[in-house]
Design a protein. Structure first.
Length: 385
């Protein structure tokens, strides 16, 4: 049935005064500003948009009405959910093994306990000693892995807080995002972190800011909490006795401040013998520091593009130059520079609607994020024992 001006209801794009389209694997997303005639007649606008074979969302921005219209099916999230669960399980295993290594008398820096158990068990089964595996080696392996539980729980809590911050902010703004993909690693900390993937475009710079900043703020809050708990179980030690396996962790201004707050000032040049839970807090804060670099698709890139627009590219170039310079002190930064230049990119891609400005409140939060980045800044995060 036609609308009030004989306009077909099926013409669900008619209300848009400005329009941008984004192609999905199984549909389309349309986003734009609603024409004033439709904005003044909400019932008519809703009738037209409800004729679309999909879903829509209305949003007021600075007195102007915007709509995001999704036409077609949603991605097959069930397949990806199994990938999320599998990677979370593998990361849980490697984190437990890393925690067990950190809790041992002589940490090696490698989360090899599960692999050693599988190899030894396979060898004994081949030689017909399967009863010894079930009766002796399996209980021993489980007891050893259990010693890494405090570290693994603390680490996954910090990483999950960071990624869920992104995910919940994306859901709040109707941006389609995956659940976190954790990255297991059989050495040092047991993981390389976690990521989520945006499966629909970012509508504007306000949404980009909210989604980009939610992860670091949630992650640093969880990291501070875990660090405080871990530092309460840590102690000062003589110089040269505070290594974490084959490496010695160096501390940012924020972590040093937390240590003084929780443990009091050190005696002379004493170092901090970190409890494994404190190591988890340190790693969570370091991951936040890396993500806050104003580069491409990192969280800092999101925040700076939301605040500065296309001028973010200059900050990105400066950040890459700084990373290369820091690589002269710590070669690990050169690997990050290579990752930026080949995968992450320096420039941030544009959002659908560049006309929406972030506003004064987000600018203030952005300044606080810059201060947070400086508090987490560290040139040489680890040194050899």
């Amino acid at each position: 049935m036609p609308a009030d001006n004989d306009e077909p209801l099926a013409d669900y794009l008619a209300p848009f005064a400005t329009l941008q389209a984004y192609s999905l694997r199984r549909g389309m997303i349309y986003r734009g500003r609603i024409d004033d005639r439709f904005a003044a007649d909400r019932p008519r606008l809703q009738r037209v948009l409800e004729a679309a074979p999909g879903s829509y969302r209305l949003r007021d921005v600075d007195g102007r009405l915007y709509a995001t219209l999704r036409v077609g099916g949603t991605p097959g999230w069930r397949v990806w959910l199994w990938v999320n669960i599998a990677l979370l399980g593998l990361t849980g295993v490697t984190a437990l093994a890393a925690g067990a290594d950190l809790s041992s008398a002589e940490p090696t820096g490698f989360a090899v306990l599960p692999f050693r158990f599988l190899l030894d068990s396979a060898t004994r089964v081949v030689f017909g000693e399967w009863r010894s595996v079930a009766g002796t080696y399996l209980p021993r392996f489980l007891r050893a892995m259990a010693t890494g539980a405090p570290y693994a729980a603390a680490l996954l809590f910090v990483l999950m807080a960071h990624e869920l911050g992104h995910y919940l902010a994306a859901r709040r703004h109707d941006v389609d995002a995956t659940l976190p993909f954790f990255i297991p690693a059989p050495f040092f900390f047991g993981t390389l972190g976690a990521i989520i993937r945006m499966r629909s475009p970012i509508p504007d710079r306000r949404v980009l800011f909210d989604v980009g900043v939610a992860g670091p703020l949630a992650g640093v809050a969880a990291g501070i909490l875990v660090s405080i708990v871990g530092l309460r179980m840590s102690s000062y030690g003589l110089p040269g006795t505070c290594s974490t396996g084959p490496i010695v962790l160096q501390h940012s201004l924020l972590f040093r401040g937390l240590a003084r707050l929780v443990m009091g000032p050190p005696l002379g040049d004493h170092c901090i013998h970190l409890h494994p839970v404190a190591v988890a807090g340190w790693f969570g804060l370091f991951i936040t520091f890396l993500n806050l670099m104003p580069i491409g698709q990192l969280d800092g890139g999101h925040v700076m593009y939301a605040l500065l627009g296309r001028a973010q590219r200059y900050l990105g170039l400066m950040a890459v130059a700084a990373i290369l310079a820091m690589g002269l002190r710590f070669p690990g930064w050169l690997m990050l520079a290579l990752l930026v230049l080949t995968v992450l990119g320096v420039k941030h891609p544009p959002v659908m609607d560049e006309s929406v400005r972030p506003g004064a409140g987000r600018l203030l939060i952005g300044l606080l994020v810059v201060l947070l980045f400086l508090g987490l800044f560290i040139i040489e995060p680890v040194t050899p024992q």
